[in-house]
Design a protein around this ligand. Structure first.
Ligand SMILES: Nc1ncnc2c1ncn2[C@@H]1O[C@H](COP(=O)(O)OP(=O)(O)OP(=O)(O)O)[C@@H](O)[C@H]1O
Ligand SMILES: [Mg+2]
Length: 256
């Protein structure tokens, strides 16, 4: 069980080395329920690797991860998604040759349509489920302003729209927590503002976020609390203002 009942995600003493490189070196992080928590640090600090560990895309050498009161180290990424934690990627992973709608529908891997026996014995149920997934996808696309692109190839989207599609797709599984890896990178300022507004709105509706971002305006405007990594280790954590004033943090950024 989590030692902190307010904590939705809690990772302690995570280690991961690649050959001689200690990418994550005894790092810990907490994401309180209902928060937008930030994760910052210089290039190569280990932020994406920490996301990979939290979502179990790679296994830690050691450490423990508790999500929503349950240890999750033994689970596969899709099982973690079923528990309510999904992540996006630094370089958006959308399937360019599929339509935007198809990308959305692929997110719900667990729909019964994937199961042969369900298709055979319960065709009505499968069709109904597909219909409701399609409706949900349409609603989400509408809410993020991508419905006019629903039938276009995802490859036709701009970099920013791809980031938005990735987040929209994450919402398909009705998660409790979304890990966003640089949602503002390579996105134009107008779309960055829109993405931030959506994040704030979803957060008001009860969704929690852990956000990696180099854009400090985004971190300052969104986050309740920020964790700073440098060389794989925890350097500081606090409110965005506290962290911004922290001399060790400033030195870590200047030293890169
Ligand atoms: N699969 C891998 N194999 C070997 N080294 C890796 C691997 N993944 C990450 N690293 C190394 O681990 C360190 C941390 O990388 P990581 O991508 O986690 O940093 P980051 O904080 O996300 O950086 P950025 O802000 O540039 O995205 C780097 O030195 C990187 O080269
Ligand atoms: Mg990264």
């Amino acid at each position: 069980m989590a030692d902190n009942s307010h904590s939705l995600l809690s990772a302690k003493n995570l280690y991961k080395s690649f050959g001689g490189i200690k990418a994550v070196d005894n790092a810990s992080i907490e994401v309180p329920k209902g928060s937008i928590t930030g994760l910052i640090g210089p290039n190569g600090a280990g932020k994406t690797t920490l996301f990979n560990l939290l979502s179990n895309f790679i296994r830690p050498d050691s450490g423990e991860i508790v999500f929503d009161g349950e240890p999750i180290q033994q689970l596969q990424p899709h099982q973690i998604a079923q528990q309510g934690m999904v992540r996006t990627f630094q370089v958006a992973r959308v399937l360019s040759r599929l339509s935007v709608m198809e990308n959305m529908l692929l997110a719900t891997q667990q729909q019964s349509g994937e199961n042969f026996w369900n298709v055979w014995f319960h065709p009505g149920r499968v069709l109904k489920e597909e219909r409701s997934q399609r409706e949900r996808a349409s609603e989400i696309l509408e809410s993020v302003g991508l419905s006019h692109m629903a039938q276009e190839y995802a490859g036709a989207l701009s970099g920013g729209q791809r980031k938005l599609l990735e987040i929209a797709r994450a919402l398909m599984v009705q998660p409790k927590l979304i890990l966003l890896d640089e949602p503002a990178a390579g996105v134009n300022p107008t779309l960055i503002n829109k993405i931030c507004e959506h994040i704030v709105q979803w957060n008001r509706e009860g969704l929690s976020f852990l956000v990696i971002e180099h854009n400090m305006d985004v971190i300052m405007s969104l986050c309740d609390r920020v964790w700073v990594l440098a060389e794989g280790r925890n350097l500081a954590s606090g409110t965005p203002t506290e962290v911004q004033k922290n001399t060790q943090v400033l030195e870590a950024y200047l030293g890169q």
